[in-house]
Ligand binder design. Structure first.
Ligand code: FES
Length: 111
């Protein structure tokens, strides 16, 4: 059985508008986004095509473009939007409290 926990990832101001950062927690890696409308989102940190960190990719509106083959994903839903990426990214709930970004993950599960 797994329990869901809110994990503090970073300060809200650490992420520029329309940007993404990498967040590692235990043996997992995540990508935390701040979109142009000042919303925060979180997905798995690796592209589903190959094991490449999305945090070095490009945020354009609600899209993250993978730096390796330019596959694209919808940030809020994780849906694959351009080949060669065809498998959706897992997304995670995010909240911002007192200037800090938290993501909700299931502890004990693997990415
Ligand atoms: S590794 Fe991301 S599109 Fe290929």
């Amino acid at each position: 059985m797994t329990a869901k926990s809110w994990i503090e990832a970073c300060a809200a101001e650490e992420i520029d508008v329309e940007d993404v950062i990498r967040f590692d927690f235990e043996d997992r890696t995540f990508a935390i986004y701040r979109t142009e409308d000042n919303m925060y989102y979180a997905t798995d940190g690796f592209c589903t095509h190959e094991r490449v960190h999305l945090a070095t990719g490009l945020v354009m509106g609600n899209i993250i473009e993978c730096p390796k083959h330019n596959g694209r994903f919808n940030i809020p839903t994780g849906a694959a939007k351009r080949r060669p990426a065809c498998e959706a990214l897992q997304t995670y709930p995010v909240k911002v409290e007192e200037g800090k970004v938290f993501i909700q993950i299931e502890e004990g599960s693997q990415t």
